[in-house]
Design a protein around this ligand. Sequence first.
Ligand SMILES: [Zn+2]
Length: 486
Amino acid sequence: MANKFYVTTASAYTNAGPHIGYAMELIQGDVMARYRRQQGDDVRYVTGTDEHGTKIKRSADAAGKTPKAFTDEVSQLFRDLAPALNVSTDQFVRSTDPAHEKTAQALWKACAEDIYKASYEGWYCVGCETFYTAIDVPNHICPIHKTKLEKIAEENYFFKLSAYTSQVKELIATDKLKIYPRTRKNEIMALLEQGLEDISISRDKKQLTWGVPVPGDDNQVMYVWFDALGFYISALGYPNGADFAKYWPADIQIVGKDILRHHAAIWPAMLLSAGIEPQHALYVHGFISSGGHKMSKSLGNVVAPVQVIDRYGVDALRYYLLKEIPSESDGDFTWERMETVYNTELANDLGNLVQRVAVMITKYFGGQLGEIPAHSHDASAFEFAMNSYRFDRAIDEIWELVRGANQYIEAEKPWVLAKTDTTQLAYVLRQAVSDLTQIASLLLPFLPGTSAKILATFKDGKVDHSIGLLFPKADTIETQDIEIKG
Ligand SMILES: [Zn+2]
């Protein structure tokens, strides 16, 4: 029996179209999913969109559309991104799907013992769709959006989050809910030390109608986060779906650092309340800046994933986001760095190596080498990096092999051997192909298209030149042009 592996991204909020940070999250999930499939696991990879709440209602109003028409359009942009990034998601869930709404209501009912009604006055950030306490934000300014919080007073339903502080702390302290990286574990443990406060989980319909109806109360809709967190189990058909029994608990859930508290405190507490085993792990990624600044339309430094794909191809974008953006912290994108990485690491180190070996086999052996020896390099450091979700380090390990293979060719000089020792020449080229097929196999989760091309080029010890160059040299980039186009 294959092991099951359930991986999710966060559900993307549809107040605006996808940005490069969401592309990175999708690609990180894809690496996990493809790696586990390669190990023979039965993988389910789920993504989707979160479509309720005040911010979406306001964005739809501003666009002169109904919330449904607005989210239909924006959700489609997110759905289209996975194939554009060559991301192998199994399922795309919308929080406006009727099946999702049914799950959210079932989850509410399962948490009923911890839900009570009370009047509430709090400081709300529409951008975060989150209430802050006066202790968190003494100046009433959102720590993330730097905008003024709105004071909201109404009667809502509350969830007894405070009752779960010690259980959630225990889960995280013992790594039963493991948080990658460790810095984020420390961050949430410090928050749990202060204790959790009960949270409002509904809104009065007089304030907001765009949400999932609260079961048994026509005057309230669910708070968007309560509904959105349910997405991870609605995808599996909770409460009765066979897939829920098969794939839950999630083996890993990928989230941005700004929603750590929702996923490491509120979500496990909701699951405990509902009698559901909490997820097993969280991977928390950082943010991507552009030229050292937060991406913003007013600065004109927003980088759209499709711009990078158009210029360099999808695997180059994947490489940059997985290797140049540190797996455990924030990172930066610049077109100059993209160009350098493309030309040196992708086109020179890897693309040229494949090309050189293929050309020499054709020139010296008519394109046929026969049987290729099995992989010979120790991959334990690579596997360790993969199992701790250090994508950047895993790629470094692959590039150690790429550089080693280049050095091997330089040291053995097949062009000299061709005149002196054809037995050794055949040995060296077979060894080089063996190295390249091992490299292709390790690369599969990261650069699936490139991996397939390398394997196809040397399939069965015969060179197929129709595959073409892996990373054709890009012309000197006109950075200015690209930024204006976007
Ligand atoms: Zn905010």
